[in-house]
Design a protein around this ligand. Structure first.
Ligand code: NDP
Length: 242
């Protein structure tokens, strides 16, 4: 069976993506930076769909750690057919008060982390002459967002990287796309103060936050045969916010 790597798959959107891809018949490798027990629980749910599921801990922001992890995955399991760059963090703060490390941490994990995986996994997929890469960006890349200059810069960067990678890898039969969620109910959005969350709901056409499964479905589509001629695109799944 084809292997799918999901970065940041221990909870939230990444966990839902891993489960959906397992349901669709992919073996899954779930990455996380620290929450191994939670990732193991996600892997167990994936195995219930009759596929193999693996957990591997590494920091996507660390190029050498990504390189070592991917070499081990290739040797022990095989070359992935799907890579989902989902791992992400927030370190919110208004621009004029944002500390340098808040900016750097988010760029390192969200943007450079995606580059590390794209570049290293892209090279493996090129040799295999097949693959699907799906980057999880954010609708805030298009709208901007108070207190998120670091995050919106990283997510807008992912949209550009998606287009460039699609051009560079397309000749080898690899598609590269992005999904831009709006507000999705996870631990990440739970950290936002309730008054801001309630106000945000008023701007969403559907009047509610999305569920992680509603992003997983879009990712599964992009990983499927039905999306074989789509590349370089960013699909916004935000309940009509943007
Ligand atoms: P969560 O905070 O719930 O989960 C984040 C995941 O990323 C965890 O599995 C975490 O694992 C992992 N992670 C964080 N840093 C690293 C790292 N350096 N290396 C490897 N794994 C890491 O986030 P969500 O599920 O809400 O978000 C998932 C993605 O969707 C993110 O890219 C986010 O920016 C994006 N998104 C989310 C939205 C939302 O409203 N929730 C809206 C738009 C986009 P661990 O705990 O082990 O570190």
């Amino acid at each position: 069976m084809s292997l799918a790597i999901v970065t940041g798959g221990s909870r939230g959107i990444g966990a839902a993506i891993a489960e959906k891809l397992a349901q669709d018949g992919f073996d899954v490798l779930i990455n996380c930076a620290s929450s191994v027990e939670k990732a193991e629980a996600v892997a167990e749910k994936c195995r219930a769909h009759g596929v193999n599921a693996y957990v591997k801990k590494w920091d996507v922001a660390d190029y050498d750690a990504c390189s070592t992890a991917l070499k081990e995955i290739k040797e022990e399991i095989g070359v992935p057919f799907v890579l989902v760059n989902n791992a992400g963090i927030t370190r919110d703060g208004l621009m004029v008060r944002m500390k340098e490390d808040q900016f750097d941490d988010v760029i390192r994990t969200n943007l450079k982390g995606a580059f590390n995986m794209l570049s290293l996994c892209g090279a493996m997929m090129m040799r295999a002459k097949q693959g699907r890469i799906i980057n999880i960006t954010s609708v805030s890349a298009f709208t901007g967002n108070y207190g998120q200059i670091n995050y919106t810069a990283a997510k807008a960067g992912m949209v550009g990287m998606t287009k460039t990678a699609a051009k560079e890898l397309g000749a080898r039969g690899i598609t590269v796309n992005a999904v831009a969620p709006g507000w999705i109910a996870t631990e990440m959005s739970d950290k936002v103060p309730e008054d801001i969350r309630e106000n945000a709901k008023k701007q969403i056409a559907l009047g509610r936050f999305g569920k992680p499964e509603e992003i997983a479905g879009v990712v599964a589509f992009l990983a499927s045969d039905a999306a074989s001629y789509i590349s370089g695109q960013t699909i916004i799944a935000d309940g009509g916010l943007y």
